[in-house]
Design a protein around this ligand. Structure first.
Ligand code: DX5
Ligand code: ZN
Length: 230
């Protein structure tokens, strides 16, 4: 587990499998956990909500079989009408399911559906969407997945305005005595991880800055940790 001393808050590391090698996905996923990844982030894209297409339920089910029951699988659904697929992702083995507020007009109902399927509940929010769109449901979800890039691709630059948005959400959660966690996703790398940690996040999704070209994932974790400790 990554730890940010500066803010005395432990930070979870969620390696994003989008940046793993799809041809060796199971091995890469196991290596990410062995290297200190707490949760595996699984990006589902449909070519409609976002302009890219990735993987779906069958691949997740294979990962579940390959990794065993203790691996924590976190599905980030970047798809239209996500409620149509919640049950299938839960059955495939997702421990945590995030849907986008922009894709779910009946968000409260979708949250209830995820809970009924036995998964932890996340709601994702795009950079241009105001935080107020989440306030009515914050007390009934586990995680806000704050996008710090426009979703669709790995390897993009962190959007600097995100830092103020994280601080605002952290303050709102604390002021209201909520236990909702803040996960950030997009452009989290050596140059941004300390900033988001200080702003008050609980979980960092790291894709391209984690799955390095040389495959040394222990070194990725150590380098990210060093930035938190600095
Ligand atoms: C982007 C995805 C992210 C992506 C992050 O739409 O939601 O999870 O994998 O990749 P990096 O860390 O490279 O920005
Ligand atoms: Zn994601």
């Amino acid at each position: 587990m990554l730890y940010a001393r500066a803010v005395n808050r432990s930070i979870r590391l969620s390696p994003s499998l989008l940046s793993a090698n799809a041809a060796t996905l199971g091995a890469d996923a196991a290596a990410a956990l062995a290297a200190g990844g707490d949760r595996l982030h699984y990006d589902v894209m449909d070519g409609r909500f976002v302009p890219n297409i990735t993987f779906g339920m069958p691949v997740l089910a294979h990962l579940r079989s390959a990794l065993g029951p203790t691996a924590y699988l976190d599905a980030h659904l970047m798809i239209v009408e996500p409620e149509r697929y919640v049950e299938a992702f839960a059955k495939a083995g997702a421990n945590h399911i995030s849907v986008h507020v922009e894709a779910s007009p009946h968000l409260h109902r979708t949250i209830q559906l995820i809970r009924a399927c036995g998964a932890h509940v996340g709601v994702a929010i795009n950079p241009a969407t105001p935080l107020q769109s989440l306030y009515e449901v914050l007390d009934s979800i586990d995680t806000v997945l704050m996008m710090t890039v426009n979703p669709g691709f790995g390897g993009q630059q962190y959007i600097p305005q995100s830092t103020a948005k994280i601080r605002t959400l952290r303050a709102y959660i604390d002021a209201n005595g909520l236990s909702t966690q803040i996960q950030v996703d997009g452009g989290i790398a050596l140059d941004t991880i300390a900033t988001v940690a200080a702003a008050g996040v609980d979980d960092v999704v790291v894709g391209s800055a984690f799955f390095r070209a040389d495959g040394d994932l222990q070194r990725s974790t150590a380098a990210l940790q060093a930035r938190l400790d600095a």
